[in-house]
Design a protein around this ligand. Structure first.
Ligand SMILES: [Zn+2]
Length: 174
């Protein structure tokens, strides 16, 4: 999903530069860095689906990276747009996916609202990563499980046409 939205502002550049490809993959997954504090305390899900899954976090990261970019004289506007779009694509994916562990959904609109949202119609399979309180070993066993392989395959199959569409559109414009 991150690559799909990044096709639009970056076009060919996305696949010609390790920087952009790596940056897009990083930003697309950045919201799930909220697993890390839980990993340290041995309860990976404890802080998962908190405010890192929000438009506030998307804007915060984009703002921070833009400050660094402007100091380094990198293309600030493009970095800002790519960061916001790619970060939001992760939130959309989580919004549209089945969530089997509490809290259901995420506070996507934080800081405007702290309420948790989940789409009434969920098109992506659940990604198994245990419940709150599950130890790290059992969470990793869940993450690298067959149901997650199927879930990821289904997700790729659903998103692939959209990736092709934005790729075609961006190539046509360039
Ligand atoms: Zn997430």
């Amino acid at each position: 999903m991150g690559l799909t939205v990044a096709n639009l502002p970056l076009r060919k550049q996305l696949y010609q530069s390790f920087f952009w490809l790596g940056y897009v993959v990083f930003v697309a997954n950045a919201a799930d860095l909220d697993f890390l504090p839980g990993l340290i305390v041995g309860d990976m899900n404890r802080y998962h689906h908190g405010i890192s899954h929000s438009i506030g976090a998307a804007m915060g990261l984009a703002g921070l990276v833009s400050l660094i970019a402007s100091a380094l004289r990198w293309p600030v506007k493009r970095i800002f747009v790519v960061t916001v779009l790619v970060y939001l694509s992760h939130l959309l994916g989580d919004y549209l996916g089945v969530d089997r562990s509490e809290p259901y959904g995420a506070p996507f609109l934080w800081p405007i609202s702290s309420e948790y949202y989940l789409s009434p119609v969920q098109i992506f399979h659940p990604i198994e990563h245990g419940d709150r309180g599950a130890g790290n070993a059992s969470v990793f066993a869940d993450i690298f499980s067959y149901p997650n392989f199927i879930a990821a395959t289904v997700e790729v199959a659903i998103v692939l046409p959209f990736w092709l569409l934005t790729l075609w559109y961006s190539r046509r414009r360039s």
